[in-house]
Write a protein that binds this ligand. Structure first.
Ligand SMILES: [Zn+2]
Length: 130
């Protein structure tokens, strides 16, 4: 059964077949969350579309970091209007540190989905196995 575009993106599936995992391990394994498959284990798509492709993920990661800072700042401003500057700084740094695995993985996944030029091909697997 095929899954939708956004479900595939958020679950870290290959953009071409939406079945193979992009990453080898779970998000919650602190030392292994960065390890990617070089090719899709199901359809064989090479994830690094061109040399240095994932350098562009730094810009996506920067956008995620800015969104995190704005979200935490706004939440503190609404929930604790009299919070000190130290509270803001510590909370924002803690949120950014906790977001490292999510930021790293989803910046690469979004780079692959939005800028990789890969089209969804649901029939590819059937053709390959015949
Ligand atoms: Zn695939």
């Amino acid at each position: 059964m095929a899954i939708g575009y956004w479900q595939a993106l958020f679950s870290g599936k290959c953009p071409r077949c939406r079945k193979g995992n992009i990453y080898k391990h779970s998000l919650f394994q602190p030392l292994k969350f960065t390890q990617m498959h070089s090719h899709c284990p199901v359809c064989g798509l090479k994830y690094e579309v061109e040399p240095g492709f994932f350098y562009g993920a730094m810009y996506v990661g920067y956008a995620i970091s800015v969104a995190t800072v704005i979200s935490v700042f706004t939440a503190i401003n609404i929930l604790y209007p009299k919070a000190s500057l130290t509270t803001y700084i510590v909370s924002i740094i803690a949120a950014l540190l906790l977001m490292i695995p999510i930021n790293f993985r989803y910046s690469r996944i979004m780079m692959l989905y939005f800028f990789g030029g890969v089209k969804y091909q649901p029939d590819l697997i059937e053709k390959k196995t015949i």
